[in-house]
Design a protein around this ligand. Structure first.
Ligand SMILES: Cc1cc2nc3c(=O)[nH]c(=O)nc-3n(C[C@H](O)[C@H](O)[C@H](O)COP(=O)(O)OP(=O)(O)OC[C@H]3O[C@@H](n4cnc5c(N)ncnc54)[C@H](O)[C@@H]3O)c2cc1C
Length: 461
């Protein structure tokens, strides 16, 4: 019987296992597979805590419905009835000169699609608005692998970059737009420029063409994203899961691989590494130092999420919208906050208000490692100054994510190309997860399905 070893039990590794088992069943292939996870639980960055009627997400709290793979997997696993979208009508606010301003209605990421709310908004200066409107007439441009910062400045102007794009990107990728590759991080924007020249025109046309969907842009599960992890695990063979099993080294053995772990050795015909790129780099050092070097050169940043719950009656004013993002220029110590109770239903008791704040990222990575007490104090001070929340929290949870967010910096596309090239010299070896071709959950599911398909093909030959 052929043996497949998957290293890493995050959503990338679990998706690969799920599609592997399903594909083997469909093909009538006898397969033995193992998932080796160093931690004492599965899910990787996905962790949900349910306490006193609150659903608290430590890592991701939703996935994009526009990228269909996570949604499709939820349905396949019988979770359709558990899917929930965001509540109606929530705005995102941006901190500007110490005050929160709503992102004008019709803004999609950093591109306006409605003229009036944009013209009326005090967030961007009159000159900044004129500069933005130049996007309608500017020719195509840009270099080979442009930074997101250069791209936004070129098309929409400096003000949009500083006030909107930079804080939104910090909130999503915890990244620095001056270092991020627009090609690898936001390929859709380049596609829009290529096809329509103007981003504003492209967004308006896309919006007109879009068919009405039953799903909101961000989707999640009623009891939190760990429901997805639990459902995948339930569909797998329990004997295949090995927790607290750290993979320490990998060696080539004939046509396969010898996997040395903290609990012993396993021989694999197929090896799927679903670990962060720098871990995969260390594990492959003995097999291919060149591959190892490229893998280690993919940078990661650390972040933390801090959830605070308040009694509604203790709040002077109930905040509005879904939360806010903070431009770097404002010099604050949090990157963003989500009003979880207002964004998703079923996340807190009726009389409570749940907020989730983001700390760290490329801007202030050191803050991630503050002690819990100091971290909570700092976040409370920031919420007091920015949103006027002075109440005493009834619950506080801190989750740290050291080196958990891969950064698709300039040159990322070339790095991924070199990785693919080198993998050709190691038949039976695959890499998957958020380090390579898509940072969010949905892309990790897609890549898990792809590597499972390729591995089955390889084993069937
Ligand atoms: C704070 C935060 C918020 C996020 N928010 C969102 C969001 O809202 N929406 C979204 O789509 N995405 C979000 N993301 C990104 C999302 O979490 C990732 O895309 C996804 O979880 C990556 O899954 P993965 O399996 O590639 O990696 P991971 O989840 O990192 O899994 C890797 C696994 O490998 C294990 N491992 C490491 N080394 C070894 C070893 N030597 N031996 C064995 N096992 C090992 C680890 O313990 C871990 O379980 C967020 C990420 C973070 C950190």
């Amino acid at each position: 019987m052929k043996r497949v070893v998957i290293v890493g039990g995050g959503i990338g590794g679990l998706s690969a296992a799920y599609f592997l088992e399903k594909g083997a069943r469909d093909r009538g292939l006898d397969l033995d597979y193992s998932i080796l996870e160093k931690g004492d639980r599965l899910g990787g960055n996905i962790v949900t805590e349910r306490v006193d009627g609150f659903v608290i997400e430590g890592g991701p709290d939703c996935f994009l419905s526009e990228k269909p793979w996570a949604l499709r997997l939820c349905k396949e696993l019988g979770l359709e009835g558990r899917l929930i979208g965001t509540r109606e009508g929530g705005e995102t606010f941006v901190l500007h000169r110490g005050r929160l301003h709503p992102l004008p209605e019709g803004f999609i990421l950093m591109v306006p699609t409605k003229a009036l709310p944009f013209i009326m908004s005090p967030l961007i200066s009159p000159l900044g608005k004129l500069r933005m409107a130049l996007d309608l007439v500017l020719p195509r441009g840009g270099g080979e692998d442009e930074s997101l910062g250069d791209f936004v400045r070129r098309r929409l102007g400096r003000e949009v970059l500083e006030k909107i794009a930079e804080p939104l990107v910090a909130g999503i990728h915890a990244g620095d737009p001056e270092r991020m590759s627009v090609r690898s991080s936001f390929p859709k924007f380049l596609e829009m420029e290529r096809e329509h020249r103007s981003l504003i025109l492209a967004m308006i046309r896309r919006k007109r063409r879009r068919r009405p969907s039953r799903y909101s842009m961000f989707m999640t599960l009623k009891g939190g994203l760990s429901e997805l992890v639990d459902a995948i695990v339930k569909s797998l063979d329990p004997a295949s899961i090995h927790l607290e099993t750290r993979v320490e080294r990998i060696e080539e053995r004939g046509k396969g691989y010898l996997v040395r772990t903290s609990k012993g050795e396993i021989l694999a015909d197929v090896l799927i590494l679903a670990t962060p790129a720098y871990v995969s780099g260390d594990l492959l050092e003995g097999i291919d130092p060149g591959l190892s070097e490229v893998l280690r050169s993919i940078p990661y940043v650390s972040t933390a999420t801090i959830s605070l719950a308040f009694r509604k009656r203790d709040l002077e004013d109930l905040p509005r919208g879904f939360g806010f993002v903070v431009p770097k220029k404002e010099g604050r110590r949090i990157m963003a906050a989500t009003w979880t109770s207002l964004k998703f239903p079923h996340r807190s008791p009726e009389d409570a208000f749940l907020a989730r704040c983001f700390v760290g990222g490329s801007r202030m990575e050191d803050l991630v490692f503050l002690e819990d007490e100091a971290m909570i104090e700092m976040v409370r001070e920031e919420l007091r100054d920015i949103a006027g929340i002075r109440a005493e929290p009834v619950l506080a949870r801190v989750f740290r994510w050291p080196k958990a967010m891969p950064q698709y910096t300039i040159g990322h596309g070339e790095r991924v190309r070199r990785i693919r090239e080198r993998l050709k010299g190691h038949p039976g070896l695959w890499l998957t997860g958020s380090a390579y071709e898509g940072i969010g959950i949905s892309d990790s599911v897609r890549m898990g399905e792809e590597v499972a398909g390729e591995a089955l093909q390889y084993l069937s030959l």
